[in-house]
Design a protein around this ligand. Sequence first.
Ligand SMILES: Cc1cc2nc3c(=O)[nH]c(=O)nc-3n(C[C@H](O)[C@H](O)[C@H](O)COP(=O)(O)O)c2cc1C
Length: 395
Amino acid sequence: MIPKKLAEGVYEVGAIDWNVRDFHGYSTDLGSTYNAYLIVDEKIALIDTVKKEFTGQLLEKVSQIVDPAKIDVVISNHTEMDHSGGLPAVMEVIGKDKPIYCSKMGLKNLRRHFPAGLNLQEVADGQELSLGKRTLQFLETRMIHWPDSMFSYLKEEQILFSSDGFGQHYAGPERFDDEVGEAIMWHAKKYFANILWPFAPLIQKLLDKVMGMNLPIKMICPDHGIIWRQDPSKIINAYVEWCKQQPEDSALVIYDTMWHSTEAMAEQIVAGLWEVGVKAQPMHARSVHRSDIITAAFDAKALIVGSPTLNNGIFPTLADVLTYLKGLKPKNKLGAAFGSYGWSGEAPKMVHQMLADMSLEMVEEPLRVEFVPERETLESCRDFGRRVGQAIKKD
Ligand SMILES: Cc1cc2nc3c(=O)[nH]c(=O)nc-3n(C[C@H](O)[C@H](O)[C@H](O)COP(=O)(O)O)c2cc1C
């Protein structure tokens, strides 16, 4: 693999993971990248490392530019192991005494990951580090998305190294936004919805702060996926919009089914939504990965969730999606629950409660159908869809 030159003396030296498909429970459809960056100045700086097993790739790429032993300083923008896993092996090569600059929380967390022998140096928010002709400035971005996260800004080149912010799980021959085009925005949104959604209010504050600083930004270099060089403001503006959490007038009907009764209900609910002019689609929780369900859920105004009753409870795939959704702290959404049952019929009520506990505004009582829905009950499902549709339009 060949390092990518980003500016004079600035290179991307990370690794492409073509084969990862499950990234801590997130489906990475095309794989991902662990980006790391090398700045060659009077001092040579490495920004972040890679997942442990890709350290060889990183060092090989660096060695095409300089002898890795000549790296003077390492910056750790984020402790998570896809960016710090390679740190011990890298330090073995470049010299264990070399300083690793990180945030206050980074120092604490790196010690929890790698107890011995690293020369960790804490940097404060706004602190600068001169590399000779150029200067790095550190911006604390606590809880975006870990307590230790920070950005590093290369002032003279106007390059923002943004850690996991603005990233996407994307692997391809392309390394820049202009090489992929519009399609990259879906990957960026999926990343935001699955990783950053709970921190939307904090991200909004950070964006305000960064915009308030009037930092000229020519390029944004995240730790995953492509680099934003054509129009960095495009992804910044997208983040501003996503942080508002103002979903479109649409509905997502998420369901699972054993004998197709809840499925028949889902289809009629969708038909009812369409009848009143609301965009809607059914999503079978066992066929669509939870991270893709979440991406669709992020955009939808109403989440309508259907589960058959199984052993007095809800179907496991829906428990999975709802547990995951709860942690993402959705805002400004309407909710409704439905499902088929045989004798006790707890599931729709449980789903209703779970959605209500996430502060979704529940616009209907749970809709239940005993065993197989007939023509009449299917009509009541369509009605249910129409009513939720009206609530979406009214909201
Ligand atoms: C293994 C199993 C366990 C079930 N447990 C319950 C139950 O505890 N309470 C209930 O009301 N129905 C129960 N049912 C019945 C289903 O909820 C019922 O068949 C329903 O119509 C299935 O909807 P579906 O076709 O969408 O899967 C159970 C069904 C199966 C196969």
